[in-house]
Design a protein around this ligand. Structure first.
Ligand code: SOE
Length: 381
């Protein structure tokens, strides 16, 4: 089988996760990686067992590299995705697609004109039971959507000494928690309900208004700390926590909360969708269960038993027989669809595939949320 040669740009946290997922696909070769300097690229390539290391400009010259995964800090996404598309490479970009709406609009236009495969890493769509919830709605099992409650809670920025580029607006953009994880939650809500968010009312809080920035390299997710002299106190003005009221295209309402300072919540997206026939709830830390609530009749917990689920959900189960699908499996399933499209030579037509247009959609919602917080008023999307 002729394997598609892929490169990953940026190997902080999510880049290696892309590499691991790609290495599970038989038709893919992770042939190269790219970092900010050639020295760092070579160091990371050696550590990840990848033969070729480049700077970004060198990477674009490699004719045999057909596709590029952009896993760099947010402020680099636009320029790198644009350059990759113009160099004729298929592109998988981490969210957010860009830090400005007009940049995301330009990427959507270039991608469409190029005919190249383009995807945004909204990987949560690829949990089998997230797909199951969408199909349940499509088949009328929920009835009319009355309400949506959502939360996405983490604790990797809990301590004042927890630091990362996402805390710096020039690298991450004006919003942090909403842009970083709120984008996943809002995408899942529109993806499952089929509704559009039409208006938002947002209220942010920055719990740690000052943080201690490490002056030496230290892994964000580790529990290592440095001596007091190795930290610099810096002001923080991006949100640790945000509450957002939502209005939907069917006239009904909802609310979401995101936080990156919620002790004990490692990476927990929770969504509860109330319908006229039943209520469903899904929690990303228990990804193989859906709670189904009834007004009259027994509530159920739908464990992932392939016989209970629609074929569209079962098709996402990597290991038939009900093996647990975890966070890493979602990226593998997304990339499997990306590279089937690359082999077919065209962008998938199905609406479940997360394209740059979906990345633009989330950026528009995020920008309106920021605007609403600033105005402390409802803002139309
Ligand atoms: C940090 O919040 C992070 O790595 C996000 O950037 C990812 O998109 C999310 O999937 C996991 O948490």
């Amino acid at each position: 089988m002729k394997r598609i040669k892929v490169a990953v740009v940026g190997t902080g946290f999510i880049g290696p996760a892309h590499i691991e997922a790609l290495r599970r696909l038989p038709n893919i070769e992770v042939a190269a990686l790219c970092e900010a300097t050639i020295e760092l690229a070579k160091e990371k390539a050696a550590g990840l067992g990848i033969d070729r290391a480049y700077t970004f400009d060198e990477l674009l010259q490699q004719q045999d590299i057909q596709s590029i995964h952009i896993c760099t800090p947010n402020f680099l996404h636009f320029s790198q995705a644009k350059a990759a598309l113009l160099a004729g490479k298929h592109v998988v970009c981490e969210k957010p697609l860009a830090t400005k709406i007009e940049e995301a609009e330009e990427l959507v236009k270039i991608a469409k004109e190029s005919g190249l495969v383009n995807a945004i890493h909204f990987n949560l769509r690829y949990y089998p039971l997230v797909r199951q919830m969408r199909v349940m709605r499509e088949k009328g099992d929920l009835g009319e959507i009355y309400s949506v409650l959502g939360s996405y809670l983490q604790d990797w920025l809990f301590f004042q000494t927890d630091y990362n580029w996402r805390l710096e607006p020039d690298k991450s953009g004006e919003s942090r928690a909403i842009a970083d994880i709120g984008s996943h939650l809002l995408d899942v809500i529109e993806y499952v309900t089929g509704l559009e968010i039409t208006e938002v009312m947002a209220d942010f809080s920055t719990v740690h208004k000052k943080r201690l920035k490490p002056l030496k390299r230290i892994e964000t997710y580790s529990t290592n700390t440095l001596s007091a002299a190795d930290y610099e106190e810096v002001p923080i003005n991006t949100e640790d926590h945000a509450n957002v009221l939502l209005r939907f295209s069917n006239g009904n309402k909802g609310s979401v909360t995101v936080s990156q300072v919620a002790a004990g919540r490692k990476n927990r997206l929770n969504v509860e969708i109330g319908g006229s026939k039943s209520n469903i709830e899904w929690n990303s830390e228990r990804p193989n269960e859906i709670w189904v609530g009834k007004r009259d009749g027994a509530n159920q917990v739908l464990m992932k038993d392939p016989s209970l689920f629609y074929s569209e959900a079962v098709s996402l189960i990597s290991f038939p027989g009900g093996h647990n699908e975890g966070f890493p499996d979602t990226s593998k399933q997304l990339f499997k669809e990306v590279y089937a499209a690359v082999e077919a030579g065209k962008q998938p037509a199905n609406p479940t595939f997360p394209t740059f247009a979906d990345g633009l959609r989330e950026l528009v919602i995020c920008e309106r949320i920021i605007e609403s917080h600033k105005k402390q008023a409802w803002v139309k999307v």
